[in-house]
Design a binder for this molecule. Structure first.
Ligand code: SAM
Ligand code: SF4
Length: 441
């Protein structure tokens, strides 16, 4: 009998990938995905610990699930996965003792055993180990029903930026072997995937058998059916010459790169232990644009890191104005227990963080608007992978990750289509189709 599984994902794309893989792992037990908790036999909250707000959301969601389960009077397995589970496993069981399973990001291949154990024992199961065996070796082949998919190639981080929990929740850097990645990419292409995003907390630190990410990108791009490639998230320190050259040489590699900078102040970059300064980033941006002149950069910023002065913040505004970013994520610094920066003196007061964030976001939004406006009249390829609101309308992503709506193209779903951008809307672009580049098999 089919049982219903609802997975709610918080946080980054790695979590999106992990959620899909948890569903793959549970499929042989008869679990099929459903899109809400109301009817679900099992609910997994795949959590994010990166900022305090993200963590707290989990506890309020757990409260709602407990009520829902009591109201409907039917069993429901409640599991908490991901980075909050890893960091606060015991605390979750203390604050929410009705939770059945708590599992970290490195143990979800063991979910079938945990489900069986929870059913048998009736008590909570906690598995937040960093097991010696890599989970990837135990996962079934991925199942994709779309034209775009994520593929995790690297996990964990050894950089230890002083604000970040990732090295503690995801563990040390691990690169999957190239052969396993290429097998998974071929399988996804066979299922109709045309766009692949290679994922890693520090994706450009990926290495296997002497290969770096540049070589891997060339090999994946050579797979029949894969016509668009991306990778995220990169660290400026790991952008090597071959990877930069891949941007010039690999046509399938989209001209868009998410390269987090965090701050424009050398003093703050050092205190963050980012291991590069502002000039290194500026030079890198320049080299990337020489390799691929139509390349656009995206980035992450943190304002209000401990000790950040008005002058440091001015350096951030200055470098943003110099580089120009088309898509950005900017955050107020959030002190995370156990990270070195949480104990630094000179924590920046909340109102100052808010003011700086508003000022930075105004500038960043303006840059995005200018970039979007400059797209009007331009032709670009869009992978139309989702239906829009209107009949016959499809939505997809431009090479620059902008959502693009196109009317009257229903028959092109899942294909890369050449479009001309006609209008800019607040959160998307509108385009007309010019030609279909590629038919799906
Ligand atoms: N590995 C990537 C890198 O090195 O830039 C980023 C990984 S992290 C999951 C995503 C983003 O969250 C970071 O780039 C940073 O801007 C933000 N972030 C991480 N820790 C934070 C904290 N304590 N407070 C605010 N933002 C944070
Ligand atoms: Fe966190 Fe820094 Fe590692 Fe990125 S590089 S995951 S910000 S420790």
């Amino acid at each position: 009998m089919t049982k219903k599984l609802f997975v709610k994902t918080y946080g980054c794309q790695m979590n999106v990938y992990d959620s899909a893989r948890m569903a793959d792992v549970l499929a042989p037990l008869g679990y099929a995905p459903t899109d809400g908790p109301e009817q679900a036999d099992m609910v997994i909250l795949n959590t994010c610990h990166i900022r305090e707000k993200a963590s707290e959301k989990v506890f309020s969601e757990l409260g709602r699930l407990r009520l829902l389960r009591a109201e409907r009077g039917q069993p429901m397995i409640i599991a908490v996965a991901g980075c909050v589970a890893q960091a606060e496993g015991e605390e979750i069981l203390r604050r929410a003792p009705f939770v059945d399973i708590v599992l970290g990001p490195q143990t979800y291949h063991r979910l079938p055993e945990m489900v069986a154990k929870a059913a048998r024992a009736g008590g909570a199961v906690l598995d937040t180990e960093f097991p010696p065996e890599p989970k990837f070796d135990f996962l079934p082949p991925p199942q994709s029903d779309g034209a775009a998919a994520f593929l995790s190639v690297q996990e964990g981080c050894d950089k230890f930026c002083t604000f970040c929990v990732v090295p503690y929740t995801r563990g040390g850097e691990y690169s999957r072997p190239a052969a396993a990645i290429l097998d998974e990419a071929r399988e996804l292409a066979r299922q109709g995937v045309v766009e692949l995003t290679l994922l890693g907390q520090n994706v450009n630190a990926w290495t296997s058998d002497g290969w770096g990410l540049g070589r891997l990108i060339r090999e994946v791009a050579a797979i029949d059916g894969i016509s668009r490639l991306r990778y995220t998230t990169s660290h400026p320190r790991d952008m090597d010459d071959d990877l930069i050259a891949a941007h010039a040489e690999v046509e399938a590699l989209m001209p868009f790169l998410h390269l987090p900078l965090q701050s424009g102040s050398n003093r703050i970059l050092e205190a963050m232990n980012r291991r590069h300064d502002r000039d290194t980033y500026l030079r890198l941006a320049e080299r990337l644009k020489i390799a691929r002149p139509d390349l656009a950069l995206a980035s992450d910023f943190i304002v209000g890191f401990p000790g950040e002065t008005d002058a440091d913040f001015a350096d951030t505004l200055d470098i943003v104005a110099q580089v120009g970013f088309v898509q950005t994520y900017s955050f107020k610094y959030s002190a995370r227990p156990g990270t070195p920066a949480a104990n630094l003196p000179n924590q920046v007061p909340e109102p100052v963080k808010e003011e700086r964030l508003a000022e930075l976001q105004t500038l960043l939004l303006e840059q995005t608007k200018i970039f979007n406006q400059a797209c009007v009249g331009k032709r670009m390829s869009v992978l139309l992978d989702r239906p829009g609101r209107r009949p016959g309308q499809l939505v997809g992503r431009s090479p620059y990750m902008q959502p693009v709506h196109v009317d009257d193209v229903g028959e092109y779903r899942g294909q890369v289509v050449e479009v001309e951008i006609a209008e800019v809307h607040p959160n998307s672009l509108k385009a007309v189709a010019v030609a279909a580049e590629r038919k799906r098999a």
